[in-house]
Design a binder for this molecule. Sequence first.
Ligand code: NAP
Ligand code: MG
Length: 495
Amino acid sequence: MLKTPDTTLLRTVAEERAALNVIGGKMVGAKSGARIEVACPSDGRVFASIPRGETADIDAAVASARHAFEVGPWSRMTATERGRVLTRLSGLVEQHADELAALESRDTGKPARQGVADVTAAIRYYEYYGAAADKAHGSQIPFLEGYTAITTREPHGVVAGIIPWNYPLQILARVAGAALAMGNTLVVKPAEDASLTTVRIAELALEAGCPPGVFNVVTGYGAEAGAALSGHPGVDYVTFTGSPGTGTAIQQAAAGNNRGVTMELGGKSPQIVFADADLDAALPVVVNAIIQNGGQTCSAGSRVLVEKPIHEEFTAELARRFEALVAEPHDRDGDLGPLINTRQAERVAAMIAEAEAAGFPVLAKGSVADDAPQGGHYQAPVLFGAVDPLSALGQEEVFGPVLAAFSFEGEEEAVRLANGTEYGLVAGVWTRDGGRQHRVAKRIRAGQVYVNAYGAGGGIELPFGGFGRSGHGREKGFEALMDMSATKTTVFNHG
Ligand code: NAP
Ligand code: MG
């Protein structure tokens, strides 16, 4: 049963404002009146609620997006004007940065500084796509005598964006920035665990001059609002970030209408550390890549492959650092915050227990702050050594602060291990040998490869996406504009 949220716990205007859907430029509740409680992962306490949107709400949002696409004025605005709306949105996000960062941090449990980093990235996304809107153009193709053939980039129409709970501000910004820049209209379904900033951004988009119906948000459960949206015949294209299983369900739903999709489905990303690497440079980056956001990052560096001669030394130093890590409530801005919800905490704990039962040595465990609130979903970081590459821990996304270490001998084995999962999202290669940097980077099957660096989530300019089970299509950077549009060829016979 839904308890009435304790509104005295609402600390800011933003928290109050975020408790509605945005449909056709209006802030509205669910048609049924039903609501979902919103709890803070740091203490489990309910502090807000969101509408429990269902098919009827999705129908209204899709109709509104379709009307805005077909009737205008969005579809008749120049690309430059659309870009200016996004640029103004970037400015408004910057103006409200503190409020948005605090809201994101409270809603997801991420440390305060990560909330700030996420807003900073969102500002950049809207700035980047605002400036890019009038630079994605087609071409002219040499064709028959007496003909002129040109290509133009056309918006798909109504784009459905299904957003996960780990980085709502950032993932929304990369979806909305690219989709709106190309002239699409949007219906977004955020994750029910972290919807608040998405609603707030859609409201700011109205203030930035986004015409009503261009940017709609319906909150609710995946199985209800999410399923209704991904299979809706009024949707022209679906973009999704989340788990491979849900990705399959969404693709099947979209396939019912033969719609295109972009799928970003996570990874089991390796960091390969060769014996000649600058270990002092690698160590903090390897730790951060699995600790950032409590490991709940699609591009988390969740496997570390260490070359034999330095294996003992490197993993001993990693262990020392892991032991010092402490999980704390988001507002204390510790090394990591809690996990998002009970289900995720249980899932991560079960994968740790399974790895322990399989006999993989625990090289180090961090801790949870003694005074962390009881109702929070805390998980101490764990470093496992000698992990069997074919085990669940070697193959499956944990989505928690759990790092699996492996040893290897030479480039050949490094590449084989790195490519030895069904995923292929990101990889890190640490070596001072220039030839090896190129050889290994070339052979890794991943959407992004970093050499002597690792960019968990970073780089809004950099195309991002997966091979294999990590999904398909590309987001971020200029390339996202191609996913968010289709080529039209027009041929003139002028004699
Ligand atoms: P999920 O099921 O993939 O959820 C992601 C989004 O899809 C949410 O908005 C969710 O809504 C929605 N959704 C769920 N079922 C749907 C359906 N049938 N049709 C349409 N939309 C649907 O992720 P999760 O269950 O929260 O997390 C489980 C695991 O997924 C994690 O442990 C992690 O391994 C992975 N994950 C990966 C990423 C990533 O960035 N790659 C992000 C999140 C999770 P509701 O949440 O409101 O139900
Ligand atoms: Mg929440």
